[in-house]
Design a binder for this molecule. Structure first.
Ligand code: ZN
Ligand code: ZN
Length: 695
C-alpha cells in the first residue's frame, strides 16, 4: 500500500508539472491551441486515473478487512499473520504444523485467507460457529486466526488445527488435522531403561548384552563382534599375573562411563542404543537400551540430582517404556546410599504403573554361580523398606550375567592367549550369559510387550523438573512485559516487542564473561548473546565453565507495529501473576533455610539487571533501558518481599496447586513460545544421543 501511495504521489507531481508546462507553453504561445487536447488526453492521464481507482479499491478492501479483523477480535479471536509465524512456500506438512505449534490443549488455530473466506463463506461460518461454541464451554480456550493472505505458503482450504489428547478421540470437524502431543508417536520398539550405580560397568554390560543376544557361542562372536561402546580395561593373565591393556573400539563415543575418567562433574546425558532384533517372532522389532548417567557417583548428591533430573526429562520425552532394568553387581552386600535414595526417588516419580516393570540384572555373577549372591539380601531389605511398594524380586525377574566372557572376547580380539581351562570356562560363561540374555528378552516380550507411559505426575521431583524448565521463560517474559509497559507509558502504544524462540540443536551455554553485542528493537537495546557450544567444557571460549549458564533455546525479539491486544492493566496483572508464581515456585524448589544465592529466579533476575546495567553504561542513548533497569529492580524487590512473606507465614503450597500454577503460567503466550522450543530441543537431544547399531 505504501509503495503504491508513493508511486501515486510521484505520478501526481509529474502530472502537475506537465500541466504547468502546458499552461506556460500556451501563455508563451509555444504550443498551439489544437495541441492542447492531445496533451491533456494522452496515455499518462489514463494510467493515472486507473491507478487512483486501483488504490481506492485497495483502500476499501483494507477497510473491510479491518472490520473483519475487529469482528474476530470482538469474538475473542487472536489475529496472526502467517508471515509472523514464519510460514513459507516450501514448508512440508510437518514444518507447517510445527510452525503453528498447536501443542496445547487450550488452543485452536483456524487457518484461512481473504480469498478462501470470500469463496467459502458458509464453511467459514460453520467452523467459526463450532469454535465459538467450544469456547463457550471452555472459556480458557484460545482461538487464533492465522491469516495466509500475505504469505507465500499456499493454503488450499480453510483448516482448523487442534491438539487431541488421544489418537482415536472424536475430531472437532471433518477438516481437523490431528497434531501429535508432546510425546512423539509411539513406535513398536522395546524400550528398556537401564539404571545402575556408578562404576557397575554399564558400558561393558550393554556391549556384552548385545553380543550375547546376537551370538549364542563365543566362537561365533569372535568372527564379527558388535562394537557399541568403546571400552578399555586391564586384564591379567597366566600365573605371573601379566597385565594387558585391552581395547574395544568403535566409531562412536557415546559412552556414559567415559566421564568416570574426568576429574570433574559434568552434565551427562541419557543415551540410547537401538538395534533390530533378528530372532524368530522378534524379527524386525527394535530394541532400544537407554543408558542413563550412573547414580551414586563420587561427585556427591548434587551431581546425582542433576543426573536424576536428566533421566526424568528424558523419560518425559519418551514415547513409552517397556521395562526398567536395575543393574547391580552380584555378591555386593553394600548398596550405595546415594543409589538407594535415587532409586527411591525414581520409583516415586515413575509412578504406580511402573512397579511391575522393574527387572534386576546382576553382573559379575560367575563367582556366585550365576546367582545374585549376597546382593540379594540387601536388595530385599531395600525393597521391603519402601512404603507400600510391592516390587517383585524373584527368580523370574532376576537375570544373572557375567561380563567376564565378554572381556575375554575383547582380549582374544587383542590377540591375548589363554590356556585351555580358561578358554573352556569363558565359553561356558558366554553360553550361560547368552541364554540369560534371551530369557530376559523373552520375559520382556511376553510380560511387558505393551509399553507404558510412566505416570510422572504428582511427585516432587517431577514438579521440580517442570519448574526448572520454566525459570528462564518466565523471567524473560517478565522482562519483556516490562518493556511493553514502558513503551505503553512512553505513549508508544502501537509498538510492542514480541518474543520468539529458535530451537537449538546441541548443548549450548551463554558465557557471562565474553563480550556480547546489542541490538536495537523498538528503541530498546537488547543484549544478543552468542551461544557457546558446551560439551564437557566450553568449546567456544576459554572462560571458566562456571561463567556459563546452559540454555535450551535461543531467544529472539520482534518489533510489532500494531496495537497490543493487552492493555496496561492486563500487562500489569500478567506481571504480578508471574512474579507471584515465581516466588511460589522458588518456595517449592528451595528449603526455607536455603540462602538466596541458591534461588534460580533471583539469580536470573540479578543477571538481567546486570545486563541492563551494562547496556546503560555502554550506550549513550538508552532512556528506555534505564527505565527497564529501574523496573527490574522494583520487580526484584517485589519478588523478594513475596518470598519473605511466604517464609514468615510458613506458607506451604499443595502440590496440586503448584501443578495448576505451572499450567496457568504455560498459558501465557510469551511463555509458551519459549516452552515449545524447549520441548523441541529435548526431542532433538534424544535423537542426538541415539546410536543405531548397524546390522
Ligand atoms: Zn567466555
Ligand atoms: Zn564459552
Amino acid at each position: 500500500m505504501q509503495t503504491s501511495w508513493h508511486e501515486l504521489k510521484a505520478m501526481y507531481t509529474n502530472e502537475v508539472h506537465r500541466i504547468q508546462n502546458l499552461v506556460m507553453g500556451i501563455r508563451r504561445g509555444e504550443i498551439h491551441q489544437n495541441k492542447i487536447s492531445d496533451v491533456l488526453n494522452n496515455d499518462q492521464t489514463g494510467i493515472f486515473t486507473k491507478q487512483i481507482n486501483n488504490f481506492t479499491e485497495h483502500l476499501n478492501a483494507m477497510n473491510k478487512k479491518e472490520q473483519f479483523i475487529e469482528g474476530l477480535i470482538e469474538k475473542r479471536f487472536l489475529y496472526q499473520n502467517a508471515i509472523d509465524r514464519g510460514l513459507e512456500n516450501d514448508d512440508d506438512q510437518q514444518t507447517f504444523q510445527q510452525k503453528l505449534s498447536v501443542d496445547a490443549n487450550y488452543i485452536r488455530v483456524i487457518c484461512s485467507s481473504d480469498d478462501l473466506y470470500k469463496n467459502n463463506q458458509s464453511q467459514w461460518y460453520t467452523l467459526c460457529g463450532q469454535l465459538l461454541k467450544e469456547h463457550e464451554q471452555n472459556p480458557q480456550l484460545q482461538i487464533i486466526y492465522v491469516d495466509f493472505s500475505y504469505c507465500s505458503y499456499e493454503l488450499h482450504k480453510i483448516i482448523v488445527l487442534s491438539r487431541t489428547e488421544k489418537k482415536n478421540n472424536a475430531t472437532l470437524t471433518p477438516s481437523v488435522t490431528i497434531l501429535p502431543s508432546d510425546r512423539p508417536d509411539s513406535d513398536e520398539s522395546i524400550n528398556i531403561l537401564l539404571l545402575g550405580e556408578s562404576g557397575v560397568g554399564k558400558s561393558t554390560f550393554i556391549n556384552a548384552f548385545v553380543n550375547y543376544l546376537k551370538f549364542d557361542k563365543l566362537k561365533a562372536a569372535e568372527k564379527n563382534p558388535v562394537v557399541l561402546i568403546p571400552v578399555s580395561f586391564i586384564m591379567t593373565t597366566d600365573d605371573n599375573f601379566t597385565e594387558h591393556v585391552v581395547k574395544f573400539e568403535g566409531n562412536d563415543t557415546l559412552s556414559n562411563e567415559d566421564y568416570d575418567h574426568l576429574g570433574q562433574s559434568v552434565t551427562q546425558h541419557c543415551k540410547s542404543y537401538v538395534f533390530a532384533l533378528k530372532n524368530g517372532d522378534n524379527h524386525g522389532r527394535k530394541l532400544r537400551i537407554i543408558d542413563t548417567p550412573g547414580i551414586g557417583s563420587t561427585y556427591g548428591s548434587s551431581q546425582d540430582d542433576a543426573n536424576l533430573q536428566q533421566i526424568l526429562s528424558y523419560i518425559n520425552n519418551l514415547t513409552h517404556l517397556n521395562a526398567i532394568c536395575i543393574l547391580l553387581k552380584a555378591n555386593n552386600p553394600r548398596i550405595n546410599i546415594f543409589f538407594r535414595s535415587c532409586f527411591m526417588q525414581l520409583l516415586d516419580v515413575l509412578g504406580e504403573n511402573t512397579r511391575d516393570r522393574i527387572i534386576f540384572c546382576f553382573t559379575n555373577s560367575r563367582s556366585t554361580f550365576y546367582t545374585p549372591g549376597s546382593t540379594a539380601s540387601s536388595l530385599k531389605a531395600l525393597l521391603n523398606s519402601l512404603p507400600d511398594q510391592k516390587i517383585p524380586f524373584t527368580k523370574e525377574n532376576a537375570f544373572c550375567f557375567d561380563s567376564e566372557s565378554f572381556r575375554y572376547l575383547v582380549a582374544r580380539l587383542n590377540k591375548i592367549d589363554f590356556n585351555e581351562i580358561e578358554e573352556e570356562e569363558y565359553n561356558d560363561s558366554w553360553e550361560k550369559s547368552s541364554a540369560e540374555s534371551n530369557r530376559l528378552l523373552q520375559y520382556i516380550r511376553t510380560k511387558m510387550s505393551i509399553g507404558i507411559i510412566p505416570d510422572e505426575s504428582h511427585s516432587t521431583k517431577h514438579v521440580q523438573l517442570k519448574i526448572n524448565l520454566m525459570i528462564r521463560p518466565m523471567l524473560e517474559t517478565m522482562r519483556n512485559i516490562l518493556r511493553n509497559i514502558i513503551l505503553w507509558n512512553a505513549d508508544l502504544r502501537n509498538i510492542s516487542i514480541e518474543l520468539c524462540s529458535k530451537i537449538i540443536k546441541g548443548t549450548t551455554a551463554i558465557c557471562l564473561k565474553c563480550p556480547h553485542e546489542s541490538a536495537q528493537v523498538a528503541d530498546f537495546w537488547i543484549a544478543i548473546h552468542n551461544l557457546h557450544i558446551f560439551h564437557k567444557k566450553c568449546q567456544t571460549c576459554q572462560c571458566n565453565p562456571s561463567d556459563h549458564y546452559p540454555v535450551d533455546y535461543e531467544l529472539g525479539y520482534k518489533r510489532c507495529d500494531r496495537l497490543t491486544s493487552n492493555s496496561e492493566n492486563d500487562m500489569i496483572k500478567m506481571l504480578d501473576d508471574l512474579c507471584q508464581a515465581s516466588a511460589e515456585f522458588a518456595n517449592f524448589l528451595l528449603e526455607p533455610i536455603d540462602a538466596s544465592q541458591n534461588d534460580p529466579f533471583l539469580i536470573g533476575l540479578n543477571r538481567m539487571i546486570q545486563e541492563e546495567n551494562d547496556i546503560c553504561v555502554n550506550k549513550t542513548s538508552c532512556q528506555l533501558n534505564l527505565s527497564l533497569n529501574n523496573q527490574l529492580q522494583q520487580l526484584k524487590k517485589n519478588y523478594e518481599d513475596t518470598r519473605k512473606r511466604m517464609t514468615v507465614k510458613k506458607e506451604c503450597i499443595e502440590m496440586d496447586d503448584i501443578y495448576q500454577k505451572i499450567e496457568n503460567m504455560s498459558k501465557y503466550e510469551m511463555v509458551e513460545v519459549q516452552m515449545a522450543a524447549i520441548r523441541e530441543w529435548h526431542k532433538f537431544m534424544i535423537k542426538y544421543y541415539e546410536y543405531e547399531v548397524p546390522t
